[in-house]
Design a protein around this ligand. Sequence first.
Ligand code: C2E
Ligand code: CA
Ligand code: CA
Length: 407
Amino acid sequence: MEGVQAKKSFKAGDIIMRQNESGHCAYIIEEGQVEILVEKPDGTSQQVGTRGEGAIIGEMAIVDEAPRTATVKALKDCKMLEISREDFSQRLQGTDPVIQMISQVILTRYRDTLTRSDILRESDNYPPPEVIERGYTEQTDVVESIKIANEFKAALENGDLEMHYQPIIDLGKGGVIGFEALMRWTHKEEGFISPGVFIPIAEKSGLIVEATKWATKESCNALKRIETALQRPGELYVSVNFSSHDFAEEDFVENLLKTINDSGIEPKQIKLEITERLLITQPDNAKEKLQACRDAGMGIAIDDFGTGYSSLSYLYYFPIEILKIDQSFIRAMYKEDRSLELVKSIVGLGKNMELSIIAEGVEDIEEARLLQDMGCDNAQGFYFARPMSEENVIKELASWEPAKITA
Ligand code: C2E
Ligand code: CA
Ligand code: CA
């Protein structure tokens, strides 16, 4: 995207910015480490923190060119990306006006916090490092989120996103029954960015709705191509992650059905992965839309089951087909009896309620065997296969040997 920042290098010991001098730009630390020093009225200076890779420093220059509130010195050789005020406002343009407004308000409030700490500076108990620490972290997070949201939007528009597919295994026969579709973003400069980072930002900015539409379309079309290549029509399914925002759309179900029909797969070949949060926060809306999806033949899976809310009444209330046991419980099964018992209970609950169970994050054969012994139907995890491109899915499945589970 446009607006690539200038790069700057500093040697260890260089002063990057000096307290009380007016600021013209902020920096993102690409490599290296810096220390933040506050000069006290008696002429001494005190270190109030250090910052490393990925941190933003001097970000108030993005709001105004008021004097720097601290001195920043390179502790190691540093490579930085320089962001000027102009650069930042250019990046903000074209984003949602609400985001623009909120960012401005937050940035200005942050400036006020710093000004208040300037007043404190005159008092005896200065410096109040906790004020500076907290302010810095919050502000860094906001600016960083805005940057990522902008770039994610561009990635979505420019076709820089990709879907990868992780096989879901039938623990009885060891075969692949479907895939979870997972979004991948390879940033032109920064490389792989984890969905754990960009999905929450896409959710907060509302961009997730467009992203999900794209992901669903891409996943349905890919499944059609995969089943055609493998000559297994109608046998496999794809499980797509949805967020609460997606359900706020009036025409959610119609859009989804159109995407499925256009792709040529059957509605039963798509599962909607949702979290308990949706059911708790939008019960009526979720019930109506999920029921319409279920009536059309789609499946509903509860993702990260066990990590959310303790109320199980929703299992009766909503038309759920699958529970996906969160990987934290699978990981802890061997270490803690409580986790083992919890997984056993969920498997039992699934059986009683005629739900299908998928254990997530299975990383070794011991976990797989334990789950198989408990009667867990399905599993997903690095032990069986990692998420992979459509091309690799076709290759892997063409020569798939039933997963080794039994001794
Ligand atoms: P999730 O829905 O719980 O997805 C499973 C995550 O566990 C994936 O991480 C997957 O790569 C990882 N995983 C699978 N097997 C193993 C294993 O054996 N060990 C370990 N340690 N991890 C395993 P990923 O792809 O980084 O995605 C993280 C989260 O981002 C997802 O968690 C989901 O909440 C979100 N996400 C990813 N793609 C999408 C998307 O297209 N839409 C939405 N709304 N969210 C998505
Ligand atoms: Ca999921
Ligand atoms: Ca999950």
